[in-house]
Structure formats: C-alpha cells, structure tokens
Design a protein around this ligand. Structure first.
Ligand SMILES: Cc1cn([C@H]2C[C@H](O)[C@@H](COP(=O)(O)OP(=O)(O)O[C@H]3O[C@@H](C)C(=O)[C@@H](O)[C@H]3O)O2)c(=O)[nH]c1=O
Length: 182
C-alpha cells in the first residue's frame, strides 16, 4: 500500500509507503513506478538518483533548476531526521510564493513529491542524516539555481537556532526572492 496526502501547495504531496516491521528490522518499497503512477496519476521518467549525507544543523537549499531543466523530485530520508521545506516558485500557480514544511525521517518513512518549479531545501535535525531523491531531469550546472532560505517573504520558521546552522558558502549567499531571475 502507498498512501498519498495532499499538502497545502498545489501538485505537492506526501507519499507514505507501508512499513513492514519484524524482529530483523523494517522493509519498505521505497519506489515502485506502478504504485507511484496509480496513486499520483503522474507518468514521470526519473532519470537520476542522488544521495547526500549531512551533519546535524546542515541546511541545504533552497534549490531548483531553471527553465527547461526544471526537476520534479521525490525526496526521502534514508537515515536520521530532517525538516524538509519547499516553496512554490511557479508564477501563475494559486500557491505561488507559499512554503510548506514537513519532517522526513527513517521513522516515518515519508516521501515528499516536489514538483518542477518548486525550490527545495532541508535541515538535518538528527546527529547525521542520509538523504536520497529521484529527479526527472539530469543535473545541469548552468541551470542550477537557488533562493535564500530565510527570505521573510516565504514565512518559513526553520525552528532551529540560526547560529547553529551549517550552510555552504553558495547557499549563504543565494539571492532573495526579489532579486531572483525566474
Ligand atoms: C545536485 C548535484 C550536485 N552535483 C555536484 C555539484 C557540487 O560540486 C557538489 C555539491 O553540490 P551542491 O552543493 O549543490 O549539493 P546540495 O546542496 O546537496 O544540492 C542539492 O540540494 C537539495 C536541497 C536539492 O533539492 C537538490 O536538488 C540539490 O540542489 O555536487 C552534481 O554533480 N550533481 C548533482 O545533481
């Protein structure tokens, strides 16, 4: 079984796979093309899988690829716990500029579907996290873009002390929404 839960943002939803637990540990189907299509009605071609590990307090984001290289992503936490955040950056969308956040962990096994045209980021809440995601477009360095994670226009409460956050230099200097070229 794969449950789907709509988020307040258009086209963005949470997937909840069945978790089989026994004396050895757990089992989930982390991705099934057939079930994904059944519950979402989407027929996407995921062409790249990514994985990153992060220490506690690491914030990666908010990222997206521009133009024709825009990526839909299916994101999850393999190990640990993260606060995952998305922003709808699609002009014309009824939820344009709105943000949504949810906890993705190796306890709840939730996955977030991030539509093309959204910015995405996450903050690691556990000592360590391993994060994995599928993308329906390859990485294109020239299309790689982002927006500052703490731009007040998005009204995101990261619920984490700012002086304990760890960011890449690139992410610390991302443009604000106002200065963004969409
Ligand atoms: C994203 C990506 C990065 N790279 C390289 C570029 C760079 O040298 C190194 C690290 O890249 P970054 O610092 O951009 O990695 P990171 O900050 O983890 O970037 C990721 O953040 C999350 C929030 C997302 O949503 C992803 O789409 C992606 O943008 O890896 C690839 O080769 N392929 C890729 O697909």
């Amino acid at each position: 079984m794969l449950e789907i839960e709509q988020t307040p943002l258009k086209d963005c939803f949470i997937l909840k796979p069945s978790v089989f637990r026994d004396h050895r540990g757990t089992f989930i189907e982390s991705f099934s093309q057939r079930r994904f299509e059944e519950v979402t009605g989407l027929n996407l071609d995921f062409v790249q899988d990514n994985q990153s590990s992060s220490k506690k307090g690491v914030l990666r984001g908010l990222h997206f690829q521009k133009g024709k290289y825009a990526q839909s992503k299916l994101v999850r936490t393999v190990y640990g716990k993260v606060l995952d955040v998305v922003v709808d950056l699609r002009p014309g969308s009824p939820t344009f500029k709105k943000s949504f956040k949810t906890v993705l962990s190796d306890e709840n096994h939730h996955q977030l579907f991030v539509p093309a045209g959204f910015a995405h980021g996450f903050l690691t809440l556990s000592e360590m996290s391993v994060f994995a995601y599928k993308c329906d477009q390859y990485f294109h360095k020239d299309a790689d873009a982002g927006v500052f994670y703490n731009d007040p226009v998005f009204e995101i409460d990261w619920e984490y002390p700012q002086d304990q956050m760890i960011l890449s230099e690139k992410d610390a200097n991302l443009p604000t929404f106002e200065n963004l070229e969409l």
